[in-house]
Design a protein around this ligand. Structure first.
Ligand SMILES: *Cc1c(COP(=O)(O)O)cnc(C)c1O
Length: 473
């Protein structure tokens, strides 16, 4: 019997039907199972549907187990009701706002709820939208900055052919944004132990061509929050001194759904008038299944009107701003479900539990004596990062540790830090909904087991940067 159940009804051969799906006594004794399946060309003939499904599911067993994937920020724990909602919505196209007006209404409610979560001064009238993820949201946020800057430059009769954007060590989506939309990136490198952007470094890079500054709330490499308030204060001062009024877009891909619940007093959002737009991934700490991001603007005046396409919608006018046209609606419906189902209290409890697991893992890692923590799990995203102590006398590196942990199914990312800090190899563990203290102790036991293994079997040649560089997006 295969791993995956087969509906007995389907296995009966239909009378008088062509023998397209003719069955022998067992699926795995059929030709398609006893011969290699096509990999590079579409078959000439159909294959039995159940067998097709089984063959593919069997291949997918080679993928990692998502729950043990501590390298990703993305949601891997999906409750049964989300499965139902996703199934019911599988045929709903987000862009067909007149065919599926209630899905559009739900999207709009989410926009206002998120605007309110981020302390928008006028959340009921905010403008914003869902996207496929934070990357698309970042493109839209960045485009709005570029158009606002250009409009102002044109008004002043000044050239607008050399826009630049200032960021700290950013996620790859910002590298894409500047490349696709022809903008100079002024990325502040990590330096002498400073792993985040600082107000001084931002000011050094500002000029009349700066379309905006992008701090990150939950930096990909270290999980920490950049200090949005300090950046905003510095830009206020710069504005007074130079007359240049540079807006902030916050990349809160992960932190946007953590900070409001865990550190509500941290001022990083629309409470700062200079923050004009914010993006976040619903499919990260927003707890929704893969495929949803959000971008919200402070006010309608923060997007150039020409960027908005108006779609007729039930006699009204539906503004849309997006890169893709067709998009699934289920993720957005699931986002709304999560807001209703968990409420603020639920989100707080879920994320606090994750934070606590991260802190616990950090403490245990520290006790091992050979690691230094870069981030101890407190104050920002749920998780922890560490590196090998400079004087640690060991016969392996962190790439080897990640590699060895895979033998127990764990996926933990080890990577070198970006420009100017490339010599630092760090390991990062992310904790998400669906993780328990029991799993945390299993993880720690397995790390100890790996260390013992390396002790007994010292590596002749530790993995190089190229061989070992793990997934760190
Ligand atoms: C994950 C992430 C992104 C990209 O988000 P997607 O939803 O994966 O497209 C952008 N910025 C930061 C800081 C991230 O963590």
């Amino acid at each position: 019997m295969s791993l995956h159940s087969i509906k007995s009804e389907n296995t009966k051969e239909k009378k008088g039907n062509s023998n397209k799906y003719k069955r022998c006594y067992d699926l795995y004794a059929e030709k398609s199972a006893t011969h290699p399946i096509n990999k590079y060309k579409i078959n000439d003939h159909p294959t039995d549907p159940d067998l097709s499904k089984n063959l593919i599911l069997d291949e997918l067993l080679l993928d990692g187990n998502a729950k043990q994937n501590l390298a990703t920020f993305c949601q891997t724990d999906v409750d049964i009701n989300i499965h139902t909602l996703m199934d019911k919505c599988i045929d709903k196209n987000m862009i067909d706002k007149d065919e599926y007006p209630q899905t559009a209404e739900i999207e709009s409610r989410c926009v206002h709820m998120i605007a309110d979560l981020w302390n928008s001064p006028d959340s009921a009238n905010t403008i914003g939208c869902s996207t496929t993820g934070s990357s698309e949201a970042a493109m839209l946020g960045g485009l709005a900055l570029k158009w606002k800057w250009r409009e102002q430059r044109k008004k002043e009769g000044k050239p607008c052919d050399r826009p630049n954007l200032i960021t700290g060590p950013v996620q790859i989506c910002w590298h894409k944004f500047v490349l696709y939309f022809d903008i100079e990136l002024r990325e502040i490198p990590m330096e002498n132990g400073r792993l985040l952007m600082s107000p001084e470094e931002v000011l050094k890079r500002c000029d009349e061509n700066t379309i905006g500054v992008v701090p990150t709330l939950g930096v990909t490499f270290t999980l920490q929050y950049e200090n949005v308030r300090a950046i905003s204060d510095a830009l206020d001062k710069y504005h007074k001194e130079t007359g240049l009024d540079i807006p902030i877009h916050v990349d809160a891909a992960s932190g946007g759904f953590v900070a409001p619940f865990i550190t509500p007093d941290l001022v990083w959002d629309f409470r700062l008038p200079r923050v004009k737009s914010i993006n976040a991934s619903g499919h990260k700490y927003g707890l929704s299944p893969l495929g949803v991001g959000w971008v919200i603007w402070r006010g309608k005046e923060d997007i150039h009107k020409d960027l908005i396409f108006n779609v007729n919608y039930l006699g009204g006018n539906m503004p849309t701003f997006s890169l893709n046209f067709s998009r699934p609606g289920g993720q957005i419906v699931s986002q709304y479900y999560n807001f209703i189902r968990h409420g603020r209290e639920g989100y707080r409890a879920i994320h606090q539990a994750c934070i606590d697991h991260g802190v616990y893992i950090g403490e245990e890692i520290k006790k091992m004596g050979i690691f230094d923590l870069i981030y101890d799990g407190k104050g920002a995203l749920p998780g922890v990062c560490w590196l090998l102590k400079k004087d640690a006398k060991v016969k392996f590196n962190l790439f080897d540790l990640s590699d060895r942990m895979k033998t127990r199914g764990w996926q933990i990312a080890s990577y070198t830090l970006p420009k100017n800090a490339e010599s630092m190899i760090i390991t990062r563990v992310l904790i998400r909904h669906g993780f328990s203290r029991d799993m945390a102790s299993l993880l720690i036991d397995d790390i100890k087991r790996c260390l013992e293994y390396f002790e007994k079997h010292p590596l002749v040649k530790p993995l190089s940067k190229e061989e070992g560089e793990g997934f760190h997006h």
